[in-house]
Design a protein around this ligand. Structure first.
Ligand code: ZN
Length: 141
């Protein structure tokens, strides 16, 4: 399901650049990427476009220490599941922070970057990345 989601996102570059999703007004659930049908309400659901505010917190994360050639300059880097304030989650790189300082629950905000595709290996760089909302000073400072 995750891979299918990525494929859908990739076809909707404009959508992800703005973190445009949608929202079911019947059950008040937010979706990203946008869904054609609310899986909970089905035919009773009413979907309307919604632009996410781009604020959330880190739900889980991985520090990537080994990467394909095109990403070697960036390692180590952090890939996280970000839980947006609206309640939906997405996967994004966390930037402007020392990977060792990343914590679950850390507040983050979206910062937009150019979309690039590297090589033919299917490595996707999302149009958005996230950064901490507060400057991280390190340990116990
Ligand atoms: Zn619904």
């Amino acid at each position: 399901m995750a891979e299918q989601g990525v494929a859908q996102v990739w076809r909707r570059i404009r959508t992800i650049y703005n973190i445009l999703g949608n929202r079911c007004t019947t059950c008040n659930t937010y979706y990203f990427p946008p869904r054609p049908v609310c899986p909970t309400c089905r035919r009773k659901g009413k979907l309307e476009d919604y632009q996410f505010k781009g604020l959330g917190k880190i739900y889980s994360y991985t520090i990537v220490r080994q990467a394909p050639e095109d990403f070697q300059k960036q390692i180590p880097y952090v890939i996280a599941q970000v839980e947006l304030d609206e309640g939906t989650r997405l996967t994004a790189q966390i930037v402007n922070v020392n990977p060792e300082d990343v914590e679950i629950g850390m507040r983050v905000r979206a910062c937009f970057r150019k979309i690039k595709a590297f090589g033919s290996g299917g490595v996707i760089v999302y149009g958005y990345k996230f950064e901490p909302t507060m400057h991280v000073t390190g340990h116990d400072e």
